[in-house]
Design a protein around this ligand. Structure first.
Ligand SMILES: *[C@@H]1O[C@H](CO)[C@@H](O)[C@H](O)[C@H]1NC(C)=O
Ligand SMILES: *[C@@H]1O[C@H](CO)[C@@H](O)[C@H](O)[C@H]1NC(C)=O
Length: 437
């Protein structure tokens, strides 16, 4: 016999999938989250309104994260909180490996009997703690891809209610209470929003290079318009998303596929000159090692040592005439920007082309994304040495993603990318957040 609380939760999920009273009156085609850059910690954060009554919750974005997790330790008050029972469908598709059979009373958010459990992972501390899978009400802005639309209500958005670890929030942006996981799973925010409103499992991420004005994540298909009236979804180039059969994070079962977004990097060219690379490093082996992924966790692109050294060598040769200055950690090559001038796409340095699955498809990195302005007149090549034996050979980090729109299409299993929006005379900070209602 199922307990009454189990019945309650089961019927709650039935209600979730069968009826959507709010959606009947207004069916959004896309949703919107503003993204703020925390320059001091090099993190990207957002805010959602959750619970009943609604409370704003600040979260650090993890593009490859499995799901959203929120600190539940104290002060979680909500009349719409429901835990996910073990053995339920949503528990199964979340690939939970654990069930809390008995939690010592009093039962409360994060502590219930027969609750589906997960490890919530903090990539900044590499610490995981157990959390209770739950669902709670969320209010989020809709969009037509051009400006903000009406707020819409999700009665039960699944997340992990995480407790029992004082160190859980360490390393996160000040005030952040958890992580917004956007990864390749059935319980990440893009998947949950898509199923709540019956739109495709697609989202676009556009990170602003400035902490002063917000970038944006749009859940749903385009248009993606940035002022002045640049509809950038027309400019997307595509490359397949590659499956990594093994998680690249700690505390996951070895059999779990990675929820990170991997792409097939096959060459690197600097000013059109091919960088000699050990191709076996670009391949993902059966243990899940190697390959290239996208990361909001790493502020700068990290490359396995032989790749990094080869890139550095060609880049230095291609900037021979420029004045070199002492390097500043974590970078190894810095130049003087005095008399260097600038272009629409940043400092005039050699372009770096990331060649992808086909020789006609490459992601061009211009000066604004390759170079980091440190202080007056010092510019450094914004790539870092990942050492000799990293799990993933190339991790494309935040600085290289800024002012590029990336579209993650989980249906067609492909990544769309625009290269620098500066080239199109706009930026990720140019989304019109003014509401039409
Ligand atoms: C290329 O990388 C693989 C994997 O790390 C390594 O075993 C091999 O020795 C490397 N080859 C060369 C020529 O360095
Ligand atoms: C921004 O969007 C609002 C609402 O749709 C609209 O009224 C306004 O004209 C837009 N602003 C610009 C600069 O296009």
């Amino acid at each position: 016999m199922a307990s009454s609380s189990e019945m309650l939760s089961l019927s709650f999920f039935l209600f979730l999938t069968v009826s959507q009273p709010q959606a009947k009156t207004f069916q959004p085609k896309a949703l919107l989250l503003p993204v703020t850059k925390d320059s001091s910690l090099q993190q990207y954060t957002t805010q959602i309104k959750q619970r009943t009554p609604l409370v704003p919750i600040k979260l650090t974005i993890d593009v490859g994260g499995n799901f959203m997790w929120v600190k539940c330790e104290k002060g979680y008050v909500s009349s719409s909180y429901r835990y996910v029972p073990c053995g339920s469908k949503i528990c199964k598709i979340s690939r939970s490996g654990a069930c809390v059979v008995k939690c010592p009373p009093p039962h409360r958010p994060g502590c219930n009997d027969n609750a589906c459990s997960h490890f919530s992972y903090n990539p900044y501390t590499r610490i995981s703690t157990l959390g209770e899978m739950a669902a709670d009400a969320v209010l989020i802005q809709s969009t037509d891809g051009r400006s903000s639309g009406p707020m819409v209500f999700v009665p039960g958005l699944v997340f992990s209610c995480t407790f029992r670890s004082p160190s859980l929030l360490k390393g996160l942006s000040s005030g952040a209470e958890g992580i917004a996981g956007l990864g390749r799973s059935l319980v990440s925010l893009p998947s949950l929003f898509a199923s709540a409103f019956k739109f495709q499992r697609i989202f676009a991420m556009c990170l602003s290079s400035s902490s002063q004005s917000n970038g944006v994540i749009i859940f749903g298909n385009g248009p993606y318009e940035f002022q002045p009236k640049k509809e950038v979804s027309k400019s997307l180039m595509y490359t397949p998303l590659v499956r990594n059969p093994k998680s690249t994070r700690r505390y996951y079962s070895k059999d779990d596929p990675s929820t990170d977004y991997f792409i097939r990097l096959t060459s690197i060219k600097i000013n059109g000159r091919a960088v000699p690379l050990n191709m076996s490093l670009l391949h993902i082996n059966e243990e899940g090692k190697g390959g290239t992924k996208i990361s909001t966790f790493d502020p700068y692109t990290v490359m396995e040592r032989s790749i990094f050294m080869a890139v550095l060598k060609v880049f230095m040769e291609e900037t021979k005439g420029v004045t070199r200055v002492p390097s500043v950690k974590p970078f190894q090559y810095c130049i003087s920007s005095k008399n260097l001038g600038s272009t629409r796409v940043g400092p005039p340095v050699p372009t770096i082309d990331l060649g992808l699955h086909h020789k006609s498809v490459s992601w061009r990195i211009f000066g604004a994304n390759s170079m980091v302005q440190l202080k007056d007149n010092v510019l450094c090549l914004g790539f870092v040495d990942g050492g000799l034996n990293p799990r993933t050979s190339v991790v494309i980090g935040g600085h290289q993603l800024e002012d590029n729109l990336l579209q993650f299409d989980l249906v067609k299993r492909r990544l769309g990318f625009t290269s620098s929006l500066l080239y199109m005379q706009t930026t990720c900070a140019n989304f019109n957040f003014t509401s039409s209602v």
